[in-house]
Design a protein around this ligand. Structure first.
Ligand code: SF4
Length: 167
C-alpha cells in the first residue's frame, strides 16, 4: 500500500512529534506525495504534532475526546489509535468494513456510525480488537467493491448478499 511506503520513509526521517514539527509541512510533504490529499495531510501531521507537544507532553493522548480534538483526526482515526496503540476494543469502520458488514448481513446499517454500533454489539469480546483488520482485509482482497470474489470466498455459505456472483 502506498500509505505504508510513505509512512516508512516519513518515520525514518521523523519518529517523534518534535522531529515532525522540525521537519515542517514541506519536509513531511516530500515523503507523502504519493498518497491522496497529501498537502492537507502534511499540514495536519505537523499541526497535530505541535498540539501533542504543547498540550500532551509529547505523548499521543489516550482518550477519544483528546484524540478527536487533534487536527485532522476524526472518529475513525481515533478508533484506530485507541485499538492499535492502547489495546481498546474499538472497531473502526472504513469503506471496506462498511461494505462487507452490509453485504454479509453482519451489520446491515445505513451509516458508518450505525454499522460500528451494530458490530460492537454482535462481535464477541475476544474478537473485537482484531475485527476491523479482518473485515478490511476481506473487503480489500476478496469482497471487492465492483467485483466481489464470491466463488472463492470462505464465508460464501454464510453471506446474505443477494447479488452473490458465481451462483
Ligand atoms: S460471498 Fe461475495 S458478497 Fe459475500 S462476503 Fe463473500 S465476496 Fe462478499
Amino acid at each position: 500500500m502506498s500509505v505504508n511506503k510513505a509512512t516508512k520513509s516519513l518515520f525514518k526521517a521523523a519518529d517523534t512529534p518534535a522531529k515532525m514539527v522540525a521537519l515542517g509541512e514541506e519536509g513531511v510533504a516530500e515523503h507523502i506525495r504519493t498518497i491522496g490529499l497529501w498537502r492537507n495531510k502534511a499540514k495536519n501531521v505537523v499541526a497535530l504534532s505541535r498540539v501533542i507537544l504543547e498540550q500532551h507532553n509529547g505523548k499521543t493522548p489516550r482518550t477519544r475526546e483528546d484524540l478527536e480534538a487533534l487536527p485532522g483526526v476524526g472518529h475513525k482515526t481515533a478508533s484506530v489509535v485507541l485499538n492499535e496503540a492502547y489495546g481498546e476494543a474499538t472497531i473502526a469502520v472504513d469503506t471496506h468494513v462498511f461494505r462487507v458488514s452490509n453485504r454479509t448481513g453482519l451489520a446491515p446499517e445505513s451509516t458508518p456510525e450505525k454499522v460500528e454500533k451494530r458490530l460492537l454489539e454482535v462481535t464477541p469480546d475476544t474478537y473485537k480488537r482484531g475485527a476491523h483488520h479482518w473485515l478490511i482485509l476481506h473487503g480489500r482482497y476478496t469482497c471487492l467493491a465492483r467485483k466481489p470474489g464470491c466463488p472463492e470466498c470462505v464465508i460464501r455459505d454464510l453471506c446474505l448478499y443477494e447479488a452473490k456472483t458465481g451462483e
